[in-house]
Design a protein around this ligand. Structure first.
Ligand SMILES: NC(=O)c1ccc[n+]([C@@H]2O[C@H](COP(=O)([O-])OP(=O)(O)OC[C@H]3O[C@@H](n4cnc5c(N)ncnc54)[C@H](OP(=O)(O)O)[C@@H]3O)[C@@H](O)[C@H]2O)c1
Length: 292
């Protein structure tokens, strides 16, 4: 399989690139240092050179959730306008597109897991920009699969796991939010899911549309931090003595987060035959691999 991968230097993109290489696929990976996807001409120039690929995967995005509140223009340029550029280029060359979106398209007010049919109502600029990206994509091109994911962690880039390990080495006390619920999703597991979908598409599957995927089981940030600290403490001496559970109201951030980020994965399991994986196994690997 030949893939065009946009955003190959992000935490998900790097895992996709590595998985394709080990599986013997041919991947042409590009990131901001090689192409700015907010520039339509650059996108079309790139696609004209790689029009023979089987599938395009977009793992590029503006992901600084809090910064987006004051950096609106760039967040919308990357998460909305650039997605339209990619969709139009895919349409021009008749290429299927797999694009990643987020649980932040929801308000989090629902008390059960979110399905693909649930009403979207993002709380902040990041969620709004990602939602408008999804909408523009499907207005421009219909051979597309959007996979909404949540709480990404992995060995590359910055994420909650790395932040907690760093803070647990620096501080004796740490406070973490206990009343926001979600499913951590390993970047390596997302790569598995995206490549599975790409292979199905290459084999002729045409189940386009929006899908949800996340790891299992449900947790909250406090419990997740507890697991991270327990695992990291088996590898390295930590300074932390006390982990406090606090409410989201006690930890205000520029962007409001959904209280419930849990995604229902039945549709992707049914349509694409994907199994939901336990994030704990991946967490052990990530803690074993990262610099502590
Ligand atoms: N992280 C999460 O917890 C989370 C949760 C739900 C959904 N998602 C979604 O999952 C996807 C992957 O996220 P991630 O965490 O892997 O993101 P990431 O680590 O921030 O990677 C995104 C990559 O896109 C690049 N990029 C930014 N603007 C670009 C542009 N104009 N042209 C080309 N490349 C550009 C970034 O470069 P720079 O680093 O130089 O900007 C970075 O290498 C995104 O769609 C994100 O919205 C993430």
């Amino acid at each position: 399989m030949k893939l065009l991968l946009i955003g190959n230097k992000g935490q998900v993109g790097r895992e996709v690139e590595q998985s394709t290489e080990t599986a013997g696929d041919l991947v042409y990976g590009f990131d901001i240092d090689a192409i700015d996807i907010t520039n339509r001409k650059e996108v079309f120039d790139l696609f004209s050179k790689f029009s023979s690929v089987d599938v395009v995967i977009n793992a590029a995005a503006y992901t600084a959730v809090d910064k987006a509140e004051t950096d609106k223009e760039l967040a919308y340029a990357v998460n909305r306008d650039a997605v339209e550029n990619l969709a139009l280029a895919c349409k021009e060359y008749d290429l299927p597109l797999i694009h990643i979106s987020t649980d932040y398209v929801f308000s989090g007010d629902k008390t059960s897991p979110y399905s693909e049919d649930d009403e979207v109502d993002p709380l902040g600029v990041y969620g709004k920009s990602k939602l408008q990206g999804e909408q523009l994509l499907f207005q421009s091109w219909d051979k597309a699969v959007v996979v909404r994911i949540s709480w990404v962690f992995g060995r590359y880039g910055n994420n909650f796991v790395k932040t907690i390990v760093r803070l647990a080495k620096e501080r004796e006390q740490l406070s973490v939010v206990r009343d926001q619920y979600g499913c951590p999703t390993p970047a390596a597991d997302i790569a598995r899911v995206l490549l599975h979908i790409a292979r199905k598409i290459e084999a002729g599957c045409d189940r386009w549309g929006i899908y949800h995927y996340c790891g299992a089981p449900v947790t909250n940030w406090y419990q997740f931090a507890r697991k991270i600290i327990d695992l990291a403490s088996e590898r390295v001496g930590l300074k932390i003595k006390q982990l406090n559970a606090i409410t989201a109201a006690e930890y205000p951030t520029p962007a409001q987060r959904p209280m419930n980020s849990v995604l229902q994965v039945d549709k992707i399991c049914h349509d694409y035959g994907i199994e939901q994986h336990d994030w704990m196994d991946y967490l052990k690997n990530v803690i074993a691999e990262i610099d502590l």
